[in-house]
Design a protein around this ligand. Sequence first.
Ligand SMILES: Nc1ncnc2c1ncn2[C@@H]1O[C@H](COP(=O)(O)OP(=O)(O)O)[C@@H](O)[C@H]1O
Ligand SMILES: [Mg+2]
Length: 354
Amino acid sequence: MTTSPTAPEVTTAPLLSAQGLYVTFPGRHGGPRARAVDGVDLDIRPGEIVALVGESGCGKTTLARGLLGLVEPTAGRVTFDGRPLDYSGRSLKAYRKRVQLVLQDPSGSLNPRHTVYDAVAEGLRIHGYGGDERTAVAEALSRAGLRPPERFFLRYPHELSGGQRQRVVIAGALVLEPELLVADEPVASLDASVRGEILALLLRLRTDLGLSALVVTHDLGLAWNIADRVAVMYLGRIVETGAVEQVLTAPRHPYTQALLSVLPEAPGAPVILTGEPPDPSRVPSGCRFHARCQILASGEAEAAGVADACRGQDLEVLGGSGESQVACHWATSLRGAGNRATSHNAPAPGLRGD
Ligand SMILES: Nc1ncnc2c1ncn2[C@@H]1O[C@H](COP(=O)(O)OP(=O)(O)O)[C@@H](O)[C@H]1O
Ligand SMILES: [Mg+2]
């Protein structure tokens, strides 16, 4: 998985990159604007699979939509293949052929009245494909693991299993031969066994086609099984990023530690986060996590001499590259004092492959 021979070197230029990205939405009832994405740098290199993880409402889907050009950023920019996105109709259409969105089927990606053939051919028709449509559809279905493809052409979504429907959605993305997939919670509603199959499919597409992917998930176990790199998002920002093994076995940010501590495999007591659930229209000053931080609450931040900074000093936006980084006054102070990254609440080694 992360040791795959196709996993890219960190020095490769990014294929897709967000730089200083902000997306805000009008506040409810004239209140303050919601800062859904609040300063994000994120690179995805050719052939790389990056998992974007975080609780519901932290801005994952908005960031994904920003990367796809489906929402125009309030500030910052998105570049693809070295060029900034152009939000005019025609160039956006060309971009959306190269970067495909994969939603989960229960969100209504498939029209119940369209056959599998039409569902997969739709993208070809939108983009005025000049080649042989039937061959392209058959090949995409086959790549997505629906074989022999002809057997599926005239089926309707309700005649298929959940896993097969998700494969049709993936075939619809593959038929345009994209370079990158953005998969927003691709397996959230599937049974565990089917989940594994779909994840294996995504990994095989990377190996066979060199596809890159951003996989958005609230499930850290899924990130562990598929990603080279993970970015942990909290209230609009990436608060920790690095190689998946590093972040998930030696998490440095108290938020990442808390997320991992509630997994069934985790040793020790789960960390129950206190304080208000995060609200993007009221981002706290200082560290945005401080009001819920178990390290600040326990006095450990005070002991490390950083408690005032936690409450009053914002953190820098983390760089988008693959290196290990954390936005936390306390974690940075530990490293500065020559301590190793903490490993409390690290998951048991058996987590991978569950
Ligand atoms: N179109 C929109 N208009 C107003 N607020 C939005 C819109 N889309 C998302 N939000 C708000 O932005 C925040 C992040 O949402 P989202 O990106 O969907 O998070 P996630 O995918 O992590 O659950 C939430 O507070 C959500 O209510
Ligand atoms: Mg979402």
